[in-house]
Design a protein. Structure first.
Length: 360
């Protein structure tokens, strides 16, 4: 299979997954479950990894890396295992310059600059896409790894999670207020003009934490300058597909921390298919075109990409258990053990629920 054929096949598979997800809220929720474990990956690649593991009749992917990276970790791909494929960018290093007439231009990094041009520095740009072969930890053997499974049920310190979510809001320039003087007496409200998130004071700590996670979805996705968010009916009341996006972010973030909000999120997610259809009809009526997604599959792909990107932005601050699906996170995380330490020679730096032991 040529590289072009590989990309075409992966893209076609991704569209089939998304079409299926539009037809059923339960399939959308399955994608969110996988996102809670593989949150360091893009939404499209999460869907592709799930699809390929399901085709093999094996467990969902938990920790994924290329052949050489697994070797660096002291593990080898088991005999007879076939690669999983993800879509990765082709990149090139370019020189950015400003020409004498004021226009900007990019030239290959090693080429000579045009006469009179001003050097604006180098930049890496995406030039295309390629298929990249990876393997899940379950397809490898060698040095044992304790792999915390993101999304596994856990005893969660609600006060610690609240503080970390509030820190995420602060990182994006929003204050968090717990108040009885709430807009419309709703459980939560995001005020973009005042750069604040309000959470109802009548809620218990756990429910406040859930509401704050939902409002963070609005903070990251539905600002006044978000063109795609407007297509999804983002407004002061956060209706339409924008509300589904915010709840999907909350669901993913909380599940990554071991909190399953499936039943509580069902009301929001039940309207997923209708919200996609409304956004599709709206796009057609307004001739959105251009950079805005218009078809059902394109809208689903857009939403999944936006949700996973926002979730990643939050989880990089809140630090849930697990590695987000990428082996590169292992190096910086003390919760990775050799066989000796796993047997009790060393004590864990932090307790982890739901580990998966990958051994020889």
């Amino acid at each position: 299979m040529t590289p072009e054929e590989r990309i075409a096949a992966l893209t076609g598979g991704l569209h089939r997954i998304l079409e299926k997800a539009v037809e059923s809220p339960s399939h959308w929720q399955v994608l969110l479950d996988a996102s809670a474990t593989l949150w360091r990956y893009s939404g499209g690649n999460i869907a592709l990894l799930m699809m390929q593991m399901a085709q093999r009749g094996t467990d969902e992917p938990t920790l994924v890396a290329g052949y050489k990276e697994w070797a660096r970790q002291g593990r080898t791909v088991s005999r007879g295992e076939h690669a999983l494929w993800v879509i990765a960018p082709r990149t090139a290093r370019v020189q950015q310059v400003t020409l004498p007439d004021g226009t900007r231009q990019r030239v290959p990094a090693r080429e000579q600059m045009p006469p009179g041009a001003v050097d604006d520095g180098k930049k890496t740009v995406i030039t295309g896409w390629r298929g990249q072969a990876v393997f899940d930890v379950s397809q490898t053997q060698g040095t044992p790894l304790l792999v915390p499974r993101g999304g596994a049920a856990a005893d969660v310190d609600a006060s610690e999670l609240w503080r970390s979510l509030a820190a995420a809001a602060s990182r994006h320039g929003f204050d968090v207020e717990v108040t009885d003087a709430q807009y419309g007496l709703t459980s939560g409200f995001t005020d973009f003009a005042g750069h604040r998130v309000q959470v109802g004071a009548w809620l218990g700590l756990e429910e406040r934490t859930v509401v704050l996670a939902h409002e963070l979805g609005h903070v990251l996705l539905h600002g006044p300058d978000d063109e795609i968010g407007r297509l999804y009916d983002s407004s002061a009341d956060h209706r339409g597909l924008a509300e589904v996006e915010a709840e999907s972010v909350a669901y993913t973030v909380l599940r990554a921390h071991g909190i399953d909000r499936g039943p509580q999120s069902a009301t929001y997610l039940a309207g997923w298919a209708d919200a996609v259809s409304e956004a599709e009809n709206d796009a057609m009526a307004h001739h959105a075109g251009g950079k805005l997604p218009g078809s059902r599959a394109d809208i689903a792909k857009s939403v999944l990409g936006r949700v996973t990107a926002a979730s990643k932005g939050i989880l990089e601050i809140t630090h849930p258990p697990g590695f987000g699906g990428k082996i590169s996170a292992v190096d910086a995380d003390p919760r990775v053990y050799t066989a000796a330490s796993f047997m009790g020679v060393e004590k864990p730096a932090r307790s982890v629920d739901g580990p998966v032991m990958a051994g020889p």
